[in-house]
Design a protein around this ligand. Sequence first.
Ligand code: CMC
Length: 378
Amino acid sequence: MMVCEYKPGLEGIPAAESSISFVDGQKGLLEYRGIRIEELAQKSTFLETAYLLIWGELPTKDELSAFEEEVNMHRRIKYRIRDMMKSFPESGHPMDALQASAAALGLFYSRRDLHNPAYIRDAVVRLLATIPTMVAAFQLMRKGNDPVRPHDELDYAGNFLYMLNEKIPDPLAAHVFDVCLILHAEHTMNASTFSARVTASTLTDPYAVVASAVGTLGGPLHGGANEEVIQMLEDIDSVENVRPYIEDCIQRKAKIMGFGHRVYKVKDPRATILQNLAEKLFTKFGHDKYFDIAQEMERVVEEKLSHKGIYPNVDFYSGLVYRKMGIPTDLFTPIFAIARVAGWLAHWKEQLAENRIFRPTQVYNGRHEASYIPIEKR
Ligand code: CMC
């Protein structure tokens, strides 16, 4: 058997063959099914992009309206799920609430025929439709309010903001939010997608696949970074404090949140799109000093760390955009999950098509021939 060199974090080791998305980290290029992210952000919608990712082609007009209609029809959550969520502690993190709720969906629609296209379609629709409802429901219930019913006349992004804020959103805010979902929908073999594929490879149900991916997304080195970016901007508090803050991080070898990426060694193309969207939002809804702090951070980090390929990643500007929309910081990662469900489901489907259970090896570096010491002698 061939012995491979162990690489911490499996850096550079392919975990699957995939035709879903492509990143060129040197050129700052991201494509979904061959289409550049800039073009999708400008011309597509989140649900159309989800369809593209999951079924591999852009839908026709009829296919898209049928898909949108199905998703709209399945937005409501079962009252038992809602009642279960009501019993979650208000102080719990919304990512944990989402992980538990996504797993609970599996109790209702579990392990059917994974090779039946109708089951796959049903699971895709249900997960895309209900994850935003569950995120919004937990937010309202932890404030002591009843969840809001989905609004049939609003599109995917508009409806989520409506369920969250209990009012029809401004069209620019809804559009920007939809673009944010497109930007976060998929990103090759990142930690949560790997987790989704490993779980999928056991032929468990798609609700378990999504629940495991949600759990993986929650950490601060992955989806949780945008929460930490806001905390960092608040700590820095003024443009003058930016340079000393960054110099201190570099001296302590501390990671600056929202910067750096395993794959991108130039600015993440999604960060550029988000920066432009943030500018539009701030022009319409008022100036924000944290945007100025962020821009200064980008300048100083470029000056000090560009030789290491450290530039803003997707999380750097997304938090600022969500913050301007009045979204609480601890919902940023659940929102990332709402978008990434599209990518996870695409990988679930792709994994099933050529499945072999994941069973990597390890490099054992422990003891051998050790003796069992009776407890009284330890
Ligand atoms: N600030 C300062 N230095 C950094 C940073 C950073 N954010 N990221 C990497 N470096 C330095 C690091 O200190 C190391 O320097 P040296 O070679 O001198 O020791 C070098 O760059 C390589 O770092 P690494 O930790 O080996 O890189 P990695 O590929 O393992 O980590 C990362 C990638 C995203 C985990 C890391 O850049 C990081 O922790 N960034 C901050 C957290 C963050 O913004 N995460 C969101 C990632 S994008 C969205 C997502 O995938 O969910």
